[in-house]
Write a protein that binds this ligand. Structure first.
Ligand SMILES: Cc1cc2nc3c(=O)[nH]c(=O)nc-3n(C[C@H](O)[C@H](O)[C@H](O)COP(=O)(O)O)c2cc1C
Length: 330
C-alpha cells in the first residue's frame, strides 16, 4: 500500500495493483487480506487482484473489491508459488483452460458491467505448454468472455523467475489478441529495470503498456523516467527500435534531487507507520536498506545504509536520514 502510493506520487503510474488477495480472506474479514487490500484516494486508479479457482467465491470476492474501491478487478493466472497452485489458483488456472473460461464467465456475469475484469498470466505451465501456445488460447478465450485487458509475464510457471523473459512469447500472445480484437490492451511484464527496457518491451511485443514489479523497488522514479522517455521518443520522431538513439535521449532534467530522494525515504517510512506500525516499518528498512538507499548518492552511502539497518527507534531512523542530508559522507 505505502509503496503503491509512493510510486504514484513520483509520477507516471497509470494503474496500481494490489498483491494477490484471498477472496475467502476478504469475505471473512481476515486482517491480513484487508490490510493488503487497503487503499486511499491517492492510490487511484487501483486494481485489486484475486486468486483462487472457485467461481462463486471469486465472484463474491470481486464484488467485495468493487464495494471497497477497486476500479479494476484482476484474476491472477500467473502466480507460480506452490502455496497458491496447490489450491488450483494462480498459474494452475492455465492447465485447464475450459474450467478457467467457465470460472471467468461466472465472475464477469456477477460483477457490475462498468467495472473491468482483467487477467494476468504466464506463457504456460512449462516449456511444452509454451510451445503449444496455451497462453494465446487462454488469453483470446478470456477476451471472448469479456476480459478488458490481459497482462502477460514472459516466463513459464516452471521457470519461476529464472532464465530470460521471453519477449517473443509475449509478442505471440499480443498478436493473437490483436487478431481477435485490437481494442483489448495487452500489458507486457518481466525484467523491466529502466525506461529503455519499457520502450524495448513495447516495441518488440506490440504491447500497449508494461507492468513493472521489482524494478520499481530499487528505483521508484522508473515510472516517471519511462513516461518522459516515451514522450521524447515520440516528440523527436525517433524509431523506438533504434536502441542507441533511444539510449542517447537526455533525461537529466527528470533526475530526482538528493533531497527528493531522501524525502521519498522519509515519506515511505511514515506511510508504513500510518498503514501498519513502526515495528513493521523499521523491519522493512532493516531488511531492505541496500535496495531502498540504492539511489542515494548513486548507492555510495554505506553509513546511511548501516544507520537505516541499525536504528532502534523511529526518531533514530528519521534523524539518520536528516543527518545524511546535512553531512553526507562526512
Ligand atoms: C515478492 C514478489 C511478490 C509478487 N506478488 C505478486 C502478486 O501478488 N501478484 C502478481 O500478479 N504478481 C506478483 N509478483 C510477480 C510480479 O508482478 C511480476 O510479474 C514479476 O516480478 C516479474 O516482473 P518484474 O521483473 O517487473 O518484477 C510478485 C513478484 C515478487 C518478486
Amino acid at each position: 500500500m505505502a509503496w503503491r502510493i509512493t510510486c504514484r506520487e513520483l509520477g507516471g503510474v497509470g494503474l496500481a495493483c494490489t498483491d494477490l488477495l484471498s477472496p475467502q480472506g476478504l469475505l471473512i474479514s481476515q486482517e491480513t487480506s484487508h490490510r493488503i487490500a487497503m487503499t486511499n484516494e491517492l492510490d487511484r486508479p487501483v486494481c485489486m487482484q484475486l486468486y483462487g479457482s472457485d467461481p462463486e467465491i471469486l465472484a463474491k470476492g470481486a464484488q467485495w473489491c468493487v464495494d471497497n474501491g477497486a476500479q479494476v478487478v484482476d484474476i491472477n493466472m500467473g502466480c507460480p508459488v506452490d502455496k497458491i497452485t496447490k489450491k488450483d489458483g494462480g498459474s494452475k488456472l492455465m492447465c485447464d483452460v475450459d474450467r478457467t473460461f467457465d470460472m471467468f464467465e461466472q465472475v464477469r456475469a456477477a460483477m457490475p458491467g462498468h467495472v473491468p475484469l482483467t487477467a494476468k498470466m504466464r506463457l504456460g505451465w512449462d516449456h511444452q505448454a509454451k510451445l503449444d501456445d496455451v497462453a494465446s488460447t487462454l488469453a483470446v478465450g478470456l477476451c471472448e468472455r469479456g476480459a478488458a485487458m490481459i497482462t502477460v509475464h514472459g516466463r513459464t510457471t516452471k521457470q519461476k523467475f529464472k532464465g530470460a523473459c521471453d519477449l517473443d512469447g509475449i509478442k505471440r500472445v499480443a498478436d493473437s489478441i490483436r487478431a481477435h480484437n485490437p481494442s483489448i490492451p495487452v500489458i507486457g511484464n518481466g525484467d523491466i529495470k529502466s525506461a529503455d527496457d519499457v520502450i524495448a518491451m513495447m516495441h518488440h511485443t506490440g504491447c500497449a503498456g508494461v507492468m513493472i514489479g521489482r524494478g520499481s523497488f530499487a528505483n521508484p522514479w522508473l515510472f516517471r523516467y519511462a513516461w518522459a522517455l516515451q514522450q521524447r521518443v515520440i516528440d523527436k520522431g525517433i524509431d523506438p527500435g533504434d536502441a542507441d538513439a533511444v539510449g542517447a535521449i537526455n533525461l537529466n532534467d527528470i533526475h530526482p534531487s538528493e533531497d527528493e530522494k531522501l524525502d521519498m525515504l522519509l515519506g515511505f517510512f511514515d506511510r508504513m507507520i500510518e498503514y501498519r506500525d513502526s515495528h513493521h516499518a523499521r523491519h522493512v528498512f532493516r531488511q531492505k536498506a541496500n535496495m531502498l538507499a540504492k539511489q542515494i548518492n548513486d548507492g555510495h552511502c554505506r553509513p546511511l545504509k548501516n544507520a537505516l539497518r541499525e536504528a532502534t527507534s523511529d526518531d533514530e531512523l528519521r534523524n539518520a536520514i536528516e543527518h545524511w542530508r546535512i553531512h553526507g559522507d562526512n
